[in-house]
Design a protein around this ligand. Structure first.
Ligand SMILES: C[S@@+](CC[C@H](N)C(=O)[O-])C[C@H]1O[C@@H](n2cnc3c(N)ncnc32)[C@H](O)[C@@H]1O
Ligand SMILES: [Zn+2]
Length: 353
């Protein structure tokens, strides 16, 4: 037996799933849970129990439930919880059965691949918060189109902003599942890091809140030729790009509402000590212009046949022209702005003349 350490927890993984590359995801999870003052939390798919144990110890959450349907994982969690002198409640149920039997203040879904099979039961069961990880980035981002449509009941599109596409496909399904239970969706933090999408949702009760959330759903029409895009409230047959007259493709339904809540993110930065990388992700998320999608600086420069300069200069110039503009955590090459593609191109051209 080899004991591992992560955060304040010493634990064994003996046969259970453990991915050390998800430490940052769990670090941020602890920070958000602590900042939100969550008192009851279900780690619905626990494996070794590391995620929930860290929430119990580092976020100070009083009632932490750990669940996994694998009997070996349950045994392991029991040993790990005892080893860390914690008082977590351990169950070995199918997560969907558990979430249909009981309600929890906050639920965390951290599955292998897609969270889609658990979203309905979790949407019913979660009273105030739902945290979701998805590692099936190929279906979410449009690389596996049919699988994306099956799992998320939405048509994704493989574009240069595919990482944000994945987040908005996932959020779109979550908002629809929650609406079925008369609950509204409010994203507090959404980040796409390494190979996964992660989102933190605050839920509000009532048909009106659910209806309001559904108004944040929509479609996106994208031109594969010049990279311009338009947001639409309703779907329409694939059309023609207003800039270059090439055919466009439609993606959706997608969540087109806000995906970050800067005040909450700032509180989570203050709640615990985080790694420099985690801090940088959170700060960038808190500061990014919260409107859908972004332009790829290098791709536009390539199209215009100019050498890319500093992205920050482009952002400052856009702001001086009265636009909102920022970098984005989705990619170092992205520019989030309310300026149109033509306006961004003009700024880039003027920088090189
Ligand atoms: C990706 S691992 C969880 C990793 C863990 N949250 C962590 O941070 O290390 C997914 C776990 O879900 C469990 N699982 C899969 N389907 C399940 C189900 N329907 N109900 C309960 N547990 C399930 C598996 O046994 C596995 O241990
Ligand atoms: Zn075009």
């Amino acid at each position: 037996m080899t004991l591992l350490s992560e955060g304040s927890i010493r634990f064994d993984i003996n046969g259970a799933f453990y991915n050390p590359r998800m430490v940052l995801c769990r670090d941020i999870g602890v920070a958000m849970t602590k900042a939100l003052g969550i008192r009851e939390y279900l780690d619905a798919l626990s494996a070794s129990g590391i995620r929930g144990m860290r929430v119990a110890k580092e976020a100070g959450t009083e009632k932490v439930h750990l669940n996994d349907f694998d009997p070996q994982a349950v045994q392991l969690m029991q040993m790990n919880v005892a080893r860390n002198n914690l008082d977590c409640i351990i169950t070995g149920k199918n997560a969907n059965v558990l979430m249909h039997q009981e309600h929890f203040q906050a639920i965390d879904l951290d599955p292998f691949g897609s969270p889609s099979p658990y979203l309905s039961a979790a949407s019913r069961s979660a009273r105030s918060y739902l945290f979701i990880t998805a590692t099936d980035t190929a279906p979410l981002c449009g690389a596996h189109l049919k699988s994306g449509i099956r799992k998320y009941m939405a048509r994704p599109l493989r574009t240069e902003y595919h990482r944000e596409m994945g987040a908005r496909v996932l959020l779109g399904l979550a908002a629809r599942e929650l609406a079925r239970w008369d609950k509204g969706t409010e994203p507090l933090l959404t980040h796409v890091t390494d190979h996964y999408v992660r989102t933190y949702l605050r839920l509000s009760k009532g048909a009106e809140a659910a209806d309001r959330s559904l108004q944040s759903l929509g479609y996106m029409e994208h031109c594969n030729c010049c990279g311009s895009f338009a947001l639409l409230a309703e779907p329409r047959p694939a059309g023609v790009c207003p800039h270059c007259r090439s055919p466009t493709t439609l993606a959706g339904p997608l969540w087109l509402g806000k995906i970050q809540e800067p005040e909450g993110i700032t509180r989570s930065l203050e709640a615990v000590d985080l790694s420099e990388r985690a801090k940088k992700i959170l700060l960038t998320c808190a500061r990014e212009v919260d409107i859908p999608f972004y332009y790829d600086h290098h791709r536009i420069c390539e199209k215009l046949g100019i050498t890319p300069g500093k992205i920050d200069d482009v952002i400052l110039r856009l702001r001086s022209l009265g636009h909102q503009a920022s970098r984005t955590h989705f990619t170092g090459l992205g520019i989030k702005t309310d300026a149109s593609l033509l306006q961004v191109e003009e700024v880039l051209r003027e920088n090189y003349h």
